[in-house]
Design a protein around this ligand. Sequence first.
Ligand code: SAM
Length: 326
Amino acid sequence: MTSQLIDRFGRTIEYLRLSVTDRCDLRCTYCLPEGFRGFEEPDHWLTFDEIEKLLGVFAKLGLKRLRITGGEPLLRRGLPNLITRLSKLKGINDISLSTNATQLDKHAQTLHHAGIKRINVSLDTLKPERFAKIAQRDSFHRVMSGLMEAKKEGFSPIKINMVAMNHVNDDEIDDMVIFCMENGFILRLIETMPMGETGRNADYLDLQPVRARLRKRFNLEDRILSGGGPARYMQSRDGQFTVGFITPISQHFCATCNRVRLSVDGTLYMCLGQNEKMEFRQALRNGLSEEHIETMIRNAVELKPERHEFRESPQKIIRIMAKTGG
Ligand code: SAM
């Protein structure tokens, strides 16, 4: 039997997004509803031992890349310790982090030493008052200070994830391009996905026209970047600036999907936009053998659907992003 994980559609699964908490200190209007109470009980959070055991089996099955996410991952106590442990797993050669950066100034150095080399920072606006409206928290200056600390620390690359929304922040896309050019950040523009009520009610903006406009204004060229994931990239002619487009609605990218998502309660979700899943917490707590866990992982990969249906069935009930591990 091959040691790789290959799904029914011939896609090799080698990338896992690990949500270490579903909690967040922001309440972005398109993500976590204000007053949300459905957070996982701490008893249900996979422990570091459980995560290490499960990912150890995954690594033997060809997992190469790991992204730590949430909720806001920096809210999980002891995170650098977990990262140090996971960076020792044979086969996993790339561990990155997605963060809102509110706490990054405190943790940048420890995270870097623990083995994170690349980070993605969510930043939807460069205007403090607008930030407070979108994130429903007045945290803009903390985010900027976290981001600048990360730059000083030497994370590379630093990617800025901007969820672009109609009449919310679409007038700032060019400013964000210039900000990223000046700071050496890669920009990724993201279309809102209909995940939960919040995602469905977000002000969707089709990024295809934006892409055409930016190409012209900033003299950009299409580029294929290795490990680029779902984003389609363009670069300046000197290669100094890169912008990616994550367009699940206007142009989906499921044919090359190589990833699965593990939520904090031990549920492995096979697709961001579908409900197929496998629950590992009980198996881990019952002390099941590695062989048994391997079989569960292989069975889960068999369930991976061909694609999401965000466009055809936006009403389909899907978890909010913070729950899945975005
Ligand atoms: N807190 C971390 C962060 O800010 O990067 C990690 C988790 S957050 C859920 C991951 C990303 O998902 C963020 O960039 C966020 O903007 C994005 N996101 C959340 N809900 C979304 C939605 N409905 N559509 C598109 N992107 C969404």
